[in-house]
Ligand binder design. Structure first.
Ligand code: 8OZ
Length: 364
């Protein structure tokens, strides 16, 4: 029987344990939208995770949707991330970067030349984002033309190449939480006609083409994906048939040979099994997918241990617990108490609530 603390090989990446640091937006990128010295220290402190997934990082300037999130597309950003991966590797850790395009969850003030956000649709959600002026309503998006999509796919490919140049062990494509790729997947958002709208196969096409391109560029064994079939995050209703949509997607992804699939169960930042919505059968997706299966959403120690022991999952991603406990793996192993989480320090700010959480046995 496997445990959270047993090693595992996922695709081409060998991990020391199955405790994963989930991607966490912290809005502390320095000028040039790249990780600074504090961010190097933040990830170094958490390197005993079996795998670190970075905070979501934009693949191009148009992919940004919040203030001070990092990118992975310029030589300066690659050099800055290189310092992070060197620090994590020196501690024996493994690390992938999450490739992000926010689509319509953005604001003109964050985009080059004040451009409108781009999406599968011209319709604006009733969502907000964080800019230099605080929380604001997201701007009205412009629907991408089909003839713009090859360049978009090339942008994912380029960012994946940058990630390899920066020393990452792989990439996780962010196709969850109602950002751009999810905006193509769901019929509650995607109102297109043509090859990227309408049927499930058409709505899934962009994601599948992105996954194929990234896999071709860096190897499928270093490529992964994050999905969230049942979240209404960012004011985005569920698809009319999430079970059929996501089964189709996972069937298509199954043949690529990806390192892992990361699934957010239930409502992002909310209930894992909400009582008021029809149950979703995650187990069927898991059975279809041949790579490692990573679960996420508020797992506590006992649940995480049980998920591995019962083979419900191969990996468990912890978010908030990793913010306040850099030595989370040790605390889980020893069943030690967690530090108090400073929720007001999640987004933006300095060292406080970022790199000053104590390790077990230190006198901070
Ligand atoms: C919280 C705040 C800003 C961004 C996601 C990247 O939901 C995010 C995110 C979460 O995936």
């Amino acid at each position: 029987m496997s445990s959270l603390f047993d090693p595992i090989k996922i695709g081409d990446i060998q991990l020391a344990n199955r405790v994963v640091m989930a991607p966490l937006t912290r809005n502390r990128a320095i000028d040039g939208l790249m990780p600074g010295p504090m961010t190097v220290e933040y990830y170094r402190q958490r390197a005993t995770a079996g795998l670190i997934i970075t905070e979501a990082s934009q693949i191009i300037p148009m992919a940004q949707g919040y203030l001070n999130t990092p990118g992975i597309h310029t030589p300066e950003q690659v050099a800055a991330w290189r310092k992070v991966t060197n620090a994590v590797h020196a501690e024996g850790g493994r690390m992938v970067i999450q490739l992000w395009h926010v689509g319509r969850i953005s604001h003109v003030s964050l985009l080059p030349g004040g451009a409108a956000p781009v999406s599968s649709t011209n319709r604006r959600p009733n969502a907000q984002t964080y800019t230099k002026d605080g929380f604001v309503d997201v701007s009205i998006p412009r629907a991408l033309r089909d003839d713009e999509l090859p360049d978009l796919i090339a942008d994912y490919r380029h960012a994946a190449r940058c990630a390899m140049d920066a020393g990452f062990d792989g990439v996780e494509v962010h196709a969850a939480n109602a950002y751009l790729l999810d905006q193509f997947l769901r019929d509650s958002v995607n109102d297109r006609s043509g090859p990227y709208g309408g049927s499930i196969a058409n709505r899934a096409r962009l994601l599948i083409e992105v996954m194929q391109a990234v896999s071709d560029e860096i190897g499928a064994g270093r490529t992964a994906v994050r999905l969230s079939p049942m979240t209404t995050f960012n004011d985005t209703p569920l698809d009319s048939n999430p079970q059929a949509l996501y089964e189709y997607i996972v069937e298509q992804l199954a043949s690529l040979g990806l390192a892992y699939l990361h699934i957010i169960e239930g409502e992002t930042c909310g209930a894992r099994y909400p009582a008021d919505v029809t149950a979703f059968d995650y187990a069927t997706l898991h059975h279809i997918f041949p790579g490692a299966w990573m679960v996420n959403n508020g797992y506590e120690r006992a649940e995480g241990m049980a998920a591995i022991a019962t083979q419900k999952a191969d990996l468990v991603a912890f978010g908030r617990a990793f913010i306040s406990n850099p030595d989370l793996v040790r605390r889980l192993r020893e069943n030690a108490p967690f530090n108090m989480l400073q929720t007001d320090k999640f987004y933006g700010g300095g060292a406080e609530g970022y790199i000053d959480y104590a390790e077990l046995g230190s006198d901070q």
